[in-house]
Design a binder for this molecule. Structure first.
Ligand code: HEC
Length: 175
């Protein structure tokens, strides 16, 4: 009984300290303030594990067609390049000041499976700025974007320009 009272007391003190911390305004919410490495690790690992766990339920098309890659390239040029950049298209200057910064997907995408990419693009990522795309895209359109993202690492600026003409103006004001 004594231990139980002690434990409850400790939990109450911790909860009150957490609430006091929240109301104190001590935590600096500036996006310019780099995160402590433990915070970055906790957020990133939570994100990766959460995506992997849920993505396994998607049924993945057996292969992607050139038509899908082209459709995906156009959607990507309109809606993604602004933050992530595309071959020959730098992201907007302000996207580099986001915290976390949207990664270059030619480098970041190969580590995700098609099902995981589909999940991320469909649902977005909480507390990061990565938007959910499912409200204005059908599942089929989302798979086209996945097809394009999978093709990204090998894609030259010329191929991207051919697939999605005149997209260099959509983003690409990198100062
Ligand atoms: C407003 C900016 C913004 C837009 C627009 C945006 N994203 Fe993102 N995206 C982010 C940010 C920020 C992250 C990093 C999330 C993190 O680190 O947890 C991210 C992460 C991702 C990731 C995971 C990569 C990784 O390993 O961190 C993928 C895949 C992705 N975005 C695809 C897309 C696609 C495809 C589109 C367009 C349909 C898109 N994003 C549009 C900001 C954006």
């Amino acid at each position: 009984m004594k231990y139980l009272v002690g434990a409850l007391g400790a939990v109450t003190v911790l909860a009150l300290a957490a609430v006091a911390f929240i109301y104190s305004g001590i935590f600096n919410v500036s996006a310019k303030e780099p995160e402590a490495s433990i915070t970055t690790w906790a957020l990133r690992t939570t994100m990766e594990q959460g995506v992997q766990r849920r993505a396994s339920q998607a049924s993945v098309p057996t292969q992607f067609s050139a038509v899908q890659v082209r459709a995906g390239a156009r959607a990507f040029g309109h809606e993604c390049a602004i933050c992530h950049g595309a071959p020959g298209v730098p992201r907007e200057a302000w996207a580099k000041s986001m915290n976390p910064m949207p990664p270059d997907l030619a480098k970041a995408a190969p580590r995700w499976s098609p099902a995981e990419l589909h999940w991320i693009i469909r649902n977005g990522v909480k507390m990061s700025g990565m938007p959910a795309m499912s409200d204005h895209h059908s599942d089929e359109e989302l798979w086209s974007i996945v097809a394009f993202v999978k093709a990204l690492p090998q894609m030259t600026p010329a191929t991207f320009q051919a697939l999605a003409p005149n997209q260099s103006d959509a983003a690409g004001h990198d100062h």
